[in-house]
Write a protein that binds this ligand. Sequence first.
Ligand SMILES: [Zn+2]
Ligand SMILES: [Zn+2]
Length: 452
Amino acid sequence: MRTKEKLKQAICEAIDQRRAEIEKIGDQILKNPELGFKEVKTSRLVADTMTSLNIPHENELAITGVKGVIKGKKPGPTMALIGELDSLLVSDHPHADPETGAAHACGHNAQIAGLMGAMMGLADTGAIAELCGNIVIFAVPAEEYVEVEYRLGLLKDGKLSFLGGKPELIQQGHFDDVDLAAMIHTHGSPELKKAAVMKSCNGCIVKLIRYQGLAAHAGSSPHKGVNALNAAHIALAAIHAQRETFKDEDAIRVHPIITRGGDLVNVVPADVRMETFVRGKTNEAIMDANIKVDRALRAGAMAIGAKVEINTLPGYMPLQDDRGMQKLFIQNAQAFLGVEECTEIGHRTGSTDMGDISHIMPAVHPSMSGASGISHGKDFMISDKEMAYLAPAKALALMAVDLLYGNAETAKEIQARHKPLMTKEEYLSYQNKIFKEEIFNGETGIDCEINE
Ligand SMILES: [Zn+2]
Ligand SMILES: [Zn+2]
């Protein structure tokens, strides 16, 4: 049996040996971007890589997820290493798919390269024989909460219960055998240095909004119409008027868009659609802002005499990293990147469904450098493959070693100390209660909730 340090060294060397393959995986995914729940090619690449290493795996979990298990000889905790399969839609990105406009502008291709690298390092060194418990290698779908109408269709067809990958996997029970979870996101922000842990992240809920008016000739008889765009316009102004009531410490973000603003310029708009996220640091703050947004939406309908349909959907929970796991990540990162290259930052205002995982088990979601450009922008690129592909592979594998080495004392200690914010059942019931469809008639003031 190797000492822990010798084992870690062997894993890092094994990952370096596989550098060409790991880079190929990252680059191949970059050139084949796929949106959430459609990651067919990416998921096949992951499954093929697992097959080549003789790692048993299940496919098509929550449509495209792939879950491999490196089973230990000694029973103990199960540690999941996670990578996200999906891309975004940025059609003017140089690596965008010319047909779909999909592009990896959030670096998830690097996550999968890192995950596959970690798996190779662990497999090539036979590390599991010196560990206690199991390692799950989990490639998960649909972290980006996009194409909301398409996903709602999947919900109506009974193919999904939630619109995000990890919530759906939790619901389907694919995290039931997982005790601890870690993933590493790629960043392109110099202030985060080479490795960063964050204190927390915003959670969110998602809203689809539709104003129904009455079409009429825009020039000769607008008085016979009901202008749905004007209703939406007043609603947007009313949402903005709420901002002075949002407390700084709640980090509220409400950022509506109009996805349909009218059909023909000489017709009074009768069908106007909007989408928005309502993000915040705590679930309480999100729900408070949500009530205000609903009020503002009804105000628009009331002023114009239009109808508004408000469809509220569960989004992601605020992220709360486990402090013990953060420390393990930082120690490893400091050892191979240098102390000055690792940083601890406060609250971040984006959202991730790793927040959902962090509500039910000890989890960690640090980030590592290797990208440049604006996240979600057309200039977001992997500019340093060593940092984007290789470093996360090592950091993930070394964390698994730290947690499960010997009799998995470290993992057990973290589990014993960790107080989950919710049980799986509490989490599912919380998220399910957020689903709400209401129609408010601005002319009559009658509000009705639709329960399907
Ligand atoms: Zn993203
Ligand atoms: Zn991302």
